[in-house]
Design a protein around this ligand. Structure first.
Ligand code: UD1
Length: 419
């Protein structure tokens, strides 16, 4: 288990290249199962979750070339199996995204029920209800979910009680392989949904309304080979904006897009950052002291839950009191005890954290618990006095490409110790 050793107190400067979005790459890789045609992708992030998805696809019989400079060629023509192994589903919840394309293509699939994770219980009822709405029969046998669509999936109207990113992906992929047209209502509006829709469209599907509350999806008569460039990772981009705000200095975030930040842009500016577009992305600068701002996580375009932990680190050093409410995942405060070890003043009460800004944080040994929580600890380490050691870096490697290399090039003093 690698660890990161960070010497705090070095301002950021220069630029950082943002990778493709992990949360678009994973559903797009899963969707490549639908057609069996040749797929070529660009801007695929080199992160371990993508490697796990490729391992899963290869296990099913797909041929995937090496991932080089973000480019990847993939053929799922020879996939015959529609059963996934527990090992990968346990490791990565997003493996569940292969269920809908497998059912759509083969009429049947078996997959392990994903377990809980560090950020709380994460049910899959909305995914399964969407499949049932399209005519699939769902049976649960122990820890295994078995889905059969006798005679294939049929287009229908799916109305979600609440927006879910994963379930919207499942519904969209299932609908694209169903006969007839489907309407999906109250769907998630995250930019990654529109990116997956663009990929499905490139493969031959017809999709209207991706990125809005209502989508119309019609599958193709035959799937075709497709090329797609994955959109930049808005959470990685925003994490580097926070880093620039914390450390001071001026940083260009190449690939960052204002329209992908949603409410995060306004809140980061209220906290004391200037964020403006450049030819290549976004530039962030800090204006004077950091200010406390209240924040609540929401579905897009609200403030993303995937940026809550990083924002909390910013608030730890702001002048005043900030109340941070987590409205998407009830237990997503695993970073709080670790930030407290570094001198942060945070009080937890249910799904709210009250953060009283302190003048400085102190370096400490801290433990990463999940992907985004880990980034909040790295950010804290960048500005803490002295040395911070972040253990269990594999959590970060799931979703941040070349984290130590990129931070070093921005001016951080950070070293990966391989163990
Ligand atoms: C995705 C992202 C994750 C992000 C999250 C919220 C991927 C691979 N992961 O996760 O990084 O934090 O969106 O933006 O894209 N829910 C149900 N039943 C379901 C599904 C979800 O009740 O069947 C609930 C969840 O418990 C949660 C809420 O819906 O409270 C939103 O979760 P969802 O949008 O589905 O998150 P994921 O797709 O798992």
């Amino acid at each position: 288990m690698d660890k990161l050793v960070i010497q705090g107190g070095h301002p950021f400067s220069g630029s950082v290249q943002i990778a493709g979005a992990k949360n678009a790459a994973l559903p797009i890789l899963a969707a490549s199962l639908l057609g069996g045609a040749q797929v070529s992708l660009a801007n695929v992030p080199h992160v371990s979750d993508v490697m796990s998805m490729l391992e899963l696809l290869r296990g099913l019989g797909a041929e995937a070339g090496p991932l080089r400079n973000g480019r990847l060629s993939l053929s799922t023509a020879d996939v015959v199996s529609s059963e996934t192994t527990y090992d990968i589903v346990r490791r990565m919840r997003a493996s569940f995204l292969v269920l809908a394309p497998l059912v759509g293509r083969f009429g049947h699939a078996r997959i392990s029920r994903p377990g809980g994770c560090a950020i709380g219980t994460r049910p899959v009822d909305l995914h399964l209800e969407a499949l049932q709405q399209l005519g699939a029969e769902v049976r649960t046998e122990g820890g295994v979910i078995d889905v059969t669509a006798h005679g294939g999936l049929r287009g229908e109207r799916i109305v979600f009680p609440a927006p879910s990113v994963g379930a919207t992906h499942t519904a969209m992929m299932a609908a694209a392989s169903a006969s007839g047209e489907s309407e999906i209502v109250n769907c998630a509006r995250e930019p990654e949904i529109a990116d997956t829709a663009a990929f499905l469209t490139a493969m031959g599907a017809t999709i209207e309304g991706a990125g809005t509350h209502r989508m119309l999806v019609q599958g193709p008569t035959s799937w075709r080979a497709a090329h797609h460039t994955i959109l930049p990772d808005r959470i990685e981009a925003a994490s580097y904006l926070v880093a620039a705000g914390l450390t001071g200095g001026r940083l260009e975030v190449i690939g960052g897009r204002l329209e992908h930040l949603g409410a995060a842009c306004h809140l980061l500016e209220a906290a004391g950052l200037s964020i403006f577009p450049s030819d290549r992305g976004l530039i962030a600068e800090r204006r004077g002291a950091l200010h406390s701002v209240d924040m609540a996580t929401e579905a897009f375009p609200g403030f993303p839950t995937d940026l809550q932990a990083q924002f909390m680190t910013l608030m730890c050093l702001a002048d005043g009191v900030s109340v941070i409410r987590e409205r998407i995942f009830e237990q997503r405060f695993m970073h709080v005890p670790e930030l407290q070890r570094m001198g942060a003043d945070i009080t937890l009460s249910g799904a709210a954290a009250t953060v009283r800004g302190v003048p400085r944080l102190q370096g400490a040994e801290v433990m990463a618990t999940d992907l985004r929580a880990s980034m909040s600890l790295v950010l804290a380490g960048l500005v803490a006095e002295g040395e911070t050691v972040v253990h269990r870096v594999y959590h970060l490697d799931r979703g941040y490409e070349d984290i130590d290399g990129k931070l070093t090039r921005c001016g951080a003093h950070i070293e990966r110790v391989r163990q």
